[in-house]
Design a protein around this ligand. Structure first.
Ligand code: ADP
Ligand code: ASP
Ligand code: MG
Length: 419
């Protein structure tokens, strides 16, 4: 069996959905499971609905309507005939969403988030499945919540591997084209859970592992994994082969082309992961598998913007030791601030962090009671795997270097734009 994952960018409009059909015609679709994300930026749009819901904003209805209009337009472009049953199927999904918004009693933000955000994937797979049937490819729509079982840690649920493996290996039909939702799961009470933003790649990895699949292909708007994000580096080049270990490192440091959790299950069963272009599906793309670390051996660049560089030093020149460090890390964890780089000396301790939820001011108030806190906002963290002198120079050009850390394979540089 092969697992294909189509992300939001690949199904963002009617042309994208028709293209999925073309890809399947070219590469075959027997004994395949398609894992599909919400269309385009639907997950972000549903996050706005969730915010409006909790804020009791008057914009709530219009934010839902916007998502309805977007999907309706796609369905109209695909089917034209307004009598097609897909219209009722999509309507039914929206009715369910509106019913939830009108009747929910739970004040638990993360729980409510998952119940709402999941409609993105439920709707996209409904449309795609109807379209494939319409074009003559018979599909089998699976509700992923009957297969991927998780704990009740809403928004970042952990997979119950034993239950999931049993359900998937027993109940996913073979020799057919299955279509299911990325990103979603269900807890033991059958409430919807999600696996964390961008989690659909991980869903593909979970199915592949449980099915003992032959391969996973994630179809992207880029030719494969490149040695840098082509949005930011104009000379980015395609990598043909990457080992699991190297790919895990790249994803860990922030190469967003593969979700970091995807690779572990694949590596365990040595299932190859192909990253390919949905525009040129017959090109080779990148293969992540056992074997050479990186081919060709280019330095790889990963950029994280809008970071915060914080330096803590002891007020009385005492050492910053394990005890302080563990307390500091406990606080970062508590305030949901992600640490991307650490450097310490006897009396000072520097970290480059990401403050996604805007909690730094509150944290700073606590830290300042014990430490002298200095910080620079809006810095950029560059990571170069397999660095060279030249590669470092390119990064440092026209920037102020605030911190640099080098290990055997990896160089990290924190920079600030010169004004
Ligand atoms: P999906 O539609 O599957 O969610 P994403 O947008 O998450 O796709 O991932 C594809 C994007 O990842 C590309 O458009 C590209 O800008 C970005 N990207 C980041 N790092 C890399 C890299 N090293 N190689 C290729 N693409 C990268
Ligand atoms: N739709 C979800 C998100 O945008 C999951 C995914 O696309 O991977 O985060
Ligand atoms: Mg994505």
């Amino acid at each position: 069996m092969r697992v294909f994952k189509f992300g939001g960018a690949s199904v963002k409009d009617a042309a994208g959905i028709k293209n999925v059909y073309d890809v399947l015609q070219k590469v075959g679709y027997e004994d395949v499971i398609l894992v599909v994300s919400a269309m385009g930026k639907t997950t972000n749009a549903l996050e706005v609905v969730i915010k409006n819901y909790f804020d009791q904003s008057p914009e709530l209805n219009s934010s839902v309507q916007e998502i309805k209009n977007y999907h309706n337009q796609i369905v109209l472009d695909l089917f034209e005939n307004e009598k097609h049953e897909v219209f009722a199927a999509v309507d039914a999904q929206f009715t369910e969403l509106e019913y939830f918004l009108a009747h929910n009693k739970s004040p638990n933000y993360n729980f409510v988030y998952d119940q709402i955000v999941s409609f993105g994937e439920l709707i996209s797979t409904t449309i795609l499945s109807h379209f494939m049937n319409f074009m003559g490819i018979q599909t089998n729509w699976l509700d992923v919540r009957n297969f991927i079982k998780t704990n009740a840690n809403y928004r970042d649920a952990e997979v119950d591997w034993e239950a999931t493996e049993e359900l998937i290996s027993k109940n996913v039909p073979r020799k057919t084209l299955n279509i299911t939702q990325g990103f979603l799961g269900a807890d033991e009470n059958n409430f919807t859970t999600t696996l964390g933003r961008e989690g659909s790649d991980y869903t593909a990895g979970i199915f592949a592992y449980c099915l003992g699949a032959e391969s996973v292909t994630i179809w992207k708007d880029v030719p494969g994994v490149m040695n840098a994000d082509p949005r930011y580096f104009e000379n980015a080049s395609l990598l043909n082969q990457i080992s699991y270990r190297e790919a895990i490192e790249l994803a860990f440091y922030g190469a967003t082309v593969i979700h970091p959790k995807t690779l572990q299950p694949l590596q365990k069963k040595e299932i190859p992961l192909y990253v390919k272009s949905f525009i040129n599906p017959l090109l080779k793309g990148t293969c992540v598998s056992k074997g050479v670390d990186l081919e060709p051996q280019y330095p790889c660049f990963i950029v994280k913007r809008e970071q915060l560089l914080i330096s803590l030093s002891s007020i009385d020149f005492s050492f910053i030791m394990e005890e302080n460090i563990s307390e500091i890390f406990g606080l970062f964890h508590e305030f949901k601030i992600k640490v991307n780089l650490i450097q310490n000396s006897a009396i000072s301790f520097s970290v480059c962090v990401e403050d996604k939820f805007g909690n730094f001011n509150d944290l700073n108030a606590i830290l300042s009671k014990k430490f002298k806190v200095d910080y620079s906002e809006n810095v950029t963290l560059y990571t170069i795997r397999h660095f060279t002198e030249n590669a470092a120079q390119t990064v440092e050009e026209n920037k102020a270097v605030l911190l640099k850390q080098v290990s055997r394979e990896t160089m990290q540089i924190v920079t600030k734009e010169l004004n």
